[in-house]
Design a protein around this ligand. Structure first.
Ligand SMILES: Cc1cc2nc3c(=O)[nH]c(=O)nc-3n(C[C@H](O)[C@H](O)[C@H](O)COP(=O)(O)OP(=O)(O)OC[C@H]3O[C@@H](n4cnc5c(N)ncnc54)[C@H](O)[C@@H]3O)c2cc1C
Length: 394
């Protein structure tokens, strides 16, 4: 986005990427359909960036969800809005969009150099690159860094830029997993039986270290190591931070959110005659399969036959989350270059002429198209900032 903005302003632009091709993580995002943005009202959209809302608001006001959709349409790609208000390319793929975009960039004069790993600056301020053939130095009038976060390192964004910027005194917070799964010590039986099973239509809640309660409805997935999926990702930032403070956190699941405790208690206590407890729970409350497995994982055989205890557990099933999954497995990264290190044009205050954009900045958001939208918006802003800086002849 920065390259597109700069070349449109008449600047000669060279893009360098360490990988053999550009946009590998963007292509991976396409495997999930490429949720490019979200169609909810702008005021709600902006709240998705939590403590970084203030810093991202001006960028998203200049280039937000609607402008991004217009931009996608300008590349000949139609979009549609799903029932969840998430916006996708009609074909649910990233490759046609990336292809059309790269073609337009190259036609406009942008030169793309792959297999060029940026390794910092030389003594005279030139950019240093390692290529398969040699070490190269490049003198640039200005630079936009868009090096990504630290997840899925094999796609290129490995966070190796952190010490390079730290050496120049650029403040950054460590990269941490965001939109990630969590470890739970499942019994071997539960893991073998239910790994890969979705747990649908539940409410998850927990209280963080500050006493604030977080609550969400949705669907999660049982995995061999613990839990993952959209409901978990949506709560992952405060879950991760609570684990960091307390060592672990208990997430409570309401397995039948459409019925209150009194109703669930009455259904559980309803005479079941010769029916087994399993078919009783399935018949009266629709609890079967993985939900029944979760109950058996949480309660002993004796507790299962205590109606009050069983009803309470159906409404507040405790899951002890031990740790967040490693950064490399996460969908995105929290942490990165602090906004306090940047001016409002996204230029590093301590390094005039060097701009930063995308996931390498210290913000996070849940899935839903908010990640790509803020990456696009910040790339656009950094490009515009660089253009203004160059025009001023500094
Ligand atoms: C599985 C998965 C699914 C996702 N799905 C979605 C989705 O549907 N919607 C959404 O909004 N977001 C999604 N995301 C997140 C989104 O893809 C990222 O937030 C986004 O790609 C970040 O863009 P970026 O340009 O900042 O960084 P990246 O896309 O990571 O690009 C950084 C680039 O910098 C290059 N680079 C890094 N270091 C160097 C160096 N030293 N020298 C040269 N080049 C270097 C890398 O090779 C890479 O090409 C998903 C992520 C994953 C992992």
């Amino acid at each position: 986005m920065a390259a597109e903005t700069l070349v449109a302003g008449g600047v000669e632009v060279n893009v360098y990427d360490a990988m053999p091709s550009v946009g590998r993580k963007f292509l991976l995002a396409g495997k999930g359909g490429l949720n490019i943005t979200h169609a909810e009202p702008a005021e709600k959209f902006l709240t998705r960036y939590g403590s970084r809302q203030a810093q991202l608001t001006p960028l998203l006001q200049s280039f937000g969800a609607q402008q991004l959709c217009d931009w996608v349409h300008g590349l000949g790609i139609a979009t549609f809005t799903g029932t969840s208000q998430r916006v996708f390319p009609k074909e649910m793929k990233a490759a046609p969009l990336l292809r059309a975009w790269l073609h337009r960039l190259r036609t406009a004069g942008v030169r793309i150099h792959v297999r060029h790993r940026w390794t910092g600056w030389d003594e005279s301020g030139g950019l240093r690159f390692t290529t398969p053939a040699s070490e190269q130095g490049v003198r640039a009038d200005c630079t936009v860094l868009a090096l990504g976060g630290g997840s899925w390192a094999r796609l290129g964004s490995d966070g190796a830029w952190m010490p390079l910027l730290a050496a120049h005194g650029v403040p950054a917070t460590p990269l941490r997993p965001a939109n990630c799964g969590f470890d739970i010590a499942w019994s071997a039986h539960f893991r073998e039986r239910f790994a890969g099973h979705p747990v649908k239509a539940v409410t998850a809640s927990f209280t963080d270290a500050t006493g604030m309660t977080h609550k969400r409805n949705g669907e999660l997935m049982i995995s061999a190591y613990g839990i993952e999926g959209s409901l978990v990702y949506a709560l992952s930032a405060p879950l991760r931070d609570t684990i960091a403070t307390q060592g672990s956190v208990t997430l409570q699941l309401d397995l039948v959110p459409d019925k209150d405790l009194a109703r669930v208690t009455a259904e559980v206590a309803h005479p079941r005659g010769s029916r087994s407890l399993s078919s009783h729970l399935q018949g009266r409350l629709g609890i079967k399969g993985v939900k029944a497995g979760l109950l058996r994982e949480a309660l002993s055989a004796t507790e299962m036959h205590d109606p009050q205890r069983l009803a309470t557990t159906i409404k507040t099933l405790p899951l002890q989350l031990i740790s967040a999954r490693p950064l490399d497995e996460a969908i995105s990264s929290a942490g990165g270059v602090l906004f306090e290190a940047l001016d409002e044009q996204l230029m590093l205050k301590s390094m005039p002429g060097v701009f930063c954009a995308g996931e390498m900045l210290d913000w996070e958001a849940s899935t839903g198209g908010y990640l790509l939208t803020a990456c696009f918006a910040s790339g656009r802003a950094a490009g515009a900032g660089a253009l203004t800086w160059l025009a001023a002849g500094r």
